[in-house]
Design a protein around this ligand. Structure first.
Ligand code: ADP
Ligand code: MG
Length: 142
């Protein structure tokens, strides 16, 4: 089993910075699966990814109600939040068919995506108490 890279952050900006650093390693077509409870920092991380991909990070809010948002930068970022969806509704969403452009797809509550691609980045967030968050990053097999 591949060992994840583990980062512990002490504030939201550090979690976003971790997302920004990840963006530099992403290629078009990459899928980033984000796991962790409400408030664990998934959206903060995606905000950093948007900045790193050259999109406007201020646009990144929780897509809980819109389900899917697209940010245009150097590379398009598709941001999905599956929190409110049942697995059968997720299948109907067509996440990977959602964009024709070369894009990165970031999915919050990825455990609700039954057909998530096996070759994806996996990011696990844990609230360690206070403002501390543990972030474990596993890279896809290329
Ligand atoms: P999620 O998308 O996982 O539900 P959000 O990124 O929307 O989480 O929210 C994380 C919340 O936790 C924000 O209110 C943020 O200010 C707070 N927070 C405190 N410490 C951190 C940290 N180290 N990293 C990320 N968020 C933090
Ligand atoms: Mg969120």
């Amino acid at each position: 089993m591949i060992q994840p890279e583990v980062i512990v952050t002490a504030r939201e900006s550090e979690t976003s910075a971790a997302g920004e650093r990840l963006a530099a390693r992403l290629r078009a077509g990459d899928v980033v699966l984000l796991h962790g409870d409400l408030g664990a920092g998934k959206t903060a991380f995606v905000r950093g990814m948007a900045r790193g991909l050259g999109a406007s990070p201020d646009d990144v809010t929780s897509p809980t109600f819109t389900l899917m948002q697209e940010y245009r930068g150097r590379m398009t970022l598709v941001h999905v939040d599956l929190y409110r969806l049942a697995p059968e509704e997720v299948a109907a969403l067509g996440i990977e068919e959602s964009t024709d452009e070369p894009a990165v797809i970031a999915v919050e509550w990825a455990e609700r995506w039954p057909s998530a691609p096996a070759r994806a980045w996996t990011i696990r967030f844990e609230d360690q108490g206070g403002d501390e968050r543990r972030i474990a990053i596993t890279a896809p097999n290329r």
